[in-house]
Structures are given as structure tokens and as C-alpha cells.
Write a protein that binds this ligand. Structure first.
Ligand SMILES: C[S@@+](CC[C@H](N)C(=O)[O-])C[C@H]1O[C@@H](n2cnc3c(N)ncnc32)[C@H](O)[C@@H]1O
Length: 255
């Protein structure tokens, strides 16, 4: 709790991100990742390995962009900082551990950006941004990773409507997911997509209690790699329940 409070009160975050819950979600994710370190280890290894392989054959290595860089747990930052002239870490919130890690490299910078395209709209400051990724459609960017953020993008925009007892525009979740995938497809760079697609909750007897589609009806093509992420082992959300996510990695999304 003390650690969470420290991050909550000291992380430099614009008021909007704080009010919309992005800081709270990041701090909760950090706490869970620390509690579930052992259960998450294979998933984090698999994601880092997919990122490394995705960029291994690139001839030009100027700028790499990591979307949803978060805590950097699934980001092989050391490799990327050595392989690329510049690395840009993109998220709504950069907690201290990510800030400290980035400071170790002269070629790593942080960028705050709303990848859902919804934040200004929810604050009444204009329309939804149709293509938040267009800023990365630049000739000097050779590699883009969507690092396990796809399923997260609709969550807080949908919560915003729920908290106000207002129905969200139909298909809001689906259109955010589709928008991210389309935005990735339009980029000139090599794109590595790592995304959790579904959640299965089961009990200690192996009975499935619940299945959730995390991508709002969108099915990804066959992946290059897939694995299970035990996101909440027994004891994390209930003594006799655990939650596991299916994760897919597409090493060259546009192909
Ligand atoms: C499951 S985490 C990704 C894990 C992260 N790659 C790591 O290693 O810690 C999802 C990330 O997406 C970010 N995120 C969620 N909604 C976002 C948005 N609208 N714009 C930018 N980042 C967002 C969260 O802040 C979080 O860091």
C-alpha cells in the first residue's frame, strides 16, 4: 500500500490521465506484476523473445517505438537500446521504474500518447482521434512493437461510460481494437504485435468458470507464436479461481 501510494502521489502524470484512471491502473498493474512475478515469468520471456526475433533481420535500425511500454516488464530494453539508434517508449503513464530504466540509456526517450484516441473526446475536447498511430508513420522509424496493450485500450473508455450510467456508443470497444490494428497495418515500419486475446477462468478441478473475449469480437489471424499467460494464479483473485490469458505474437504484422 505504501509503495502504491508513493507511485500514485509522485508520478508525474497530467490531470486528465489521473482523472480517467490511467495512473491507478498502472499502479495496480505494477503491484500485481510484482506479486505474480513467478507466474508471469514465462509470459514475459516469451514476449521479449518475440520482440527480439521480430527485429533480428532488420537492416536499417534507426528508431524503434514500443507502444504500451508500461513497466517494461515484457520489453527487452537493453537489446533494443543496443540494436537501434533511438528507442521511444510510448504509454499513457510512465511509472518510476520505467523512468529510471530509460534514464540508463542516452538513446531511450519517453512519450505520453493516448493510443485509444478517446481521451480528448471523453474530456469534451474534440472528436475521437481516428488514427493515433499516424504520428509514427515516419520514414525514420524502422520497428514498432505493440506490447501487450491492445486488449487494454478499450477498458477505461468503456469504464468512463459505465461510471456515468451512460451506454457507450455501439461498438466502441471493437472500434478501438480495430483502429489500433488498422493503424499498425498502415505503418511503414516492421510491426511486431503481441496481444492477449482471450481470458479463461477455471477452478482447481479444471472446470472452466468463464471465458472472455478480450478483443470485442475481433479475431486475429494465425499467429507466429502463442502461449498462455497465467495473469492471476490461484490466490490472486480468489482462492479457488485462476485467470489465464491467451497471448498471440505476430512477428511481422503487415505480412
Ligand atoms: C498490460 S500493460 C502492457 C505491459 C507492458 N508492455 C509492460 O511490459 O509492462 C498495458 C499498457 O497499456 C497502457 N495503456 C492502456 N491504455 C492506453 C492508452 N489509451 N494509451 C496508451 N497506453 C495505454 C497501460 O498504461 C499499460 O502500460
Amino acid at each position: 500500500m505504501l509503495i502504491e501510494g508513493f507511485h500514485y502521489f509522485t508520478t508525474p502524470v497530467p490531470r486528465a490521465q489521473r482523472k480517467l484512471g490511467y495512473l491507478r491502473e498502472s499502479v495496480l498493474l505494477m503491484s500485481r506484476s510484482r506479486r505474480c512475478r513467478a507466474a508471469w515469468a514465462d509470459h514475459l520471456d516469451a514476449a521479449r523473445s518475440a520482440t527480439r526475433q521480430s527485429c533480428a533481420d532488420l537492416v536499417r535500425r534507426r528508431t524503434a517505438v514500443i507502444l504500451g511500454s508500461g513497466l517494461l516488464d515484457d520489453v527487452p530494453l537493453d537489446d533494443l537500446a543496443q540494436r537501434f539508434a533511438r528507442v521511444i517508449l510510448v504509454d499513457m503513464v510512465h511509472l518510476w521504474p520505467a523512468r529510471w530504466a530509460a534514464r540508463r540509456y542516452a538513446n531511450v526517450t519517453l512519450q505520453v500518447l493516448d493510443l485509444s484516441g478517446c481521451v480528448s473526446w471523453l474530456r469534451g475536447e474534440g472528436e475521437r482521434c481516428a488514427d493515433p498511430l499516424s504520428v509514427f508513420d515516419r520514414d525514420d522509424i524502422d520497428f514498432v512493437v505493440s506490447a501487450n496493450c491492445l486488449s487494454q485500450l478499450p477498458i477505461l473508455p468503456l469504464d468512463w461510460f459505465e461510471a456515468r450510467n451512460r451506454p457507450p456508443p455501439s461498438d466502441l470497444g471493437r472500434s478501438i481494437v480495430a483502429g489500433h490494428l488498422e493503424g499498425l497495418s498502415r505503418l511503414q515500419a516492421r510491426v511486431c504485435l503481441i496481444a492477449d486475446t482471450g481470458q479463461v477462468t477455471d477452478d482447481r478441478e479444471g472446470h472452466v468458470i468463464e471465458r472472455l473475449d478480450l478483443l470485442h469480437g475481433i479475431t486475429l489471424p494465425d499467429p507466429d507464436r502463442s502461449w498462455i499467460w497465467e495473469i492471476a494464479p490461484f490466490g490472486e483473485v480468489g482462492r479457488h479461481r485462476r485467470e489465464r490469458h491467451h497471448v498471440q505474437a505476430h512477428l511481422d504484422w503487415r505480412s
